[in-house]
Design a protein around this ligand. Sequence first.
Ligand SMILES: N[C@@H](CCC(=O)N[C@@H](CS)C(=O)NCC(=O)O)C(=O)O
Length: 252
Amino acid sequence: MQNQQKPFRLITIPVSHYCEKVRWTLDYLKLTYVEEPHMPPFYRFATSKVGGGTVPVLVTEDKVFTDSTDILQYLDSISPNEAKLYPTNSQQRQEVEQLEELFDEQLGTAIRSWAYFYIVDNNKIIKEKWTQNVPNFEKLLFPIVYPPMRSLVRKKYDVNAESVGQYYQQINSIFEKVSGLLADGRSYLVGDKISAADITFASLAAPILQPPQHPIKSSDSEELPAEMLSKINKFRESIAGKFALKLYENWR
Ligand SMILES: N[C@@H](CCC(=O)N[C@@H](CS)C(=O)NCC(=O)O)C(=O)O
């Protein structure tokens, strides 16, 4: 049970897939929270004020959580048994945790670098992505702030023609692993109910699947480079892609 009086604070960059992982979990668990959406680099003022760095950051009355997995584990610890996203069976819990770590460390990062490669030079697309739901003054500053940040984004996320193929392969190999797990006809990645592994997979894969139920609007298909769009369509048609899209349809 949410044993605090006030709603949680969730500091986000709204389009961030790690933020979506936490937002979905809060919605799924029907916990009350207020999202504080910011654009890069303004989110830093909000997160550093509470001792954090990257987003998402969850602020409770007692504690600040600065990593999406720590946030999910905390939210799970205050949720009733029937809603838990981490199985009570220790073998299954370990499987969920291992998958969540794989998706966090290797899928979310690869998708971010791969996707930026196609759009980093397109100010219109980046503006649409970065400024959804953020305060107006941040939105107004986008044309000044983004051009000098572009090279930082490239550097920080290793966005370049040499690495893009390797990130594409990394995404494909995780999609193949997920498709393999689903080959026995199971409905969820671990056990017989939705878990943190499913929510993590679907939310981190969302940027390359563009589920219609996602709370942040996707780019219009016609705006995306043809090569990116054709690969997105392939991801959407894969077994793992269809699985994540179904999770969005049924649970988001
Ligand atoms: N392991 C972290 C990753 C979070 C993360 O990479 N957040 C990105 C947004 S997608 C971020 O804050 N980037 C800005 C930065 O690194 O300063 C988590 O799961 O919370």
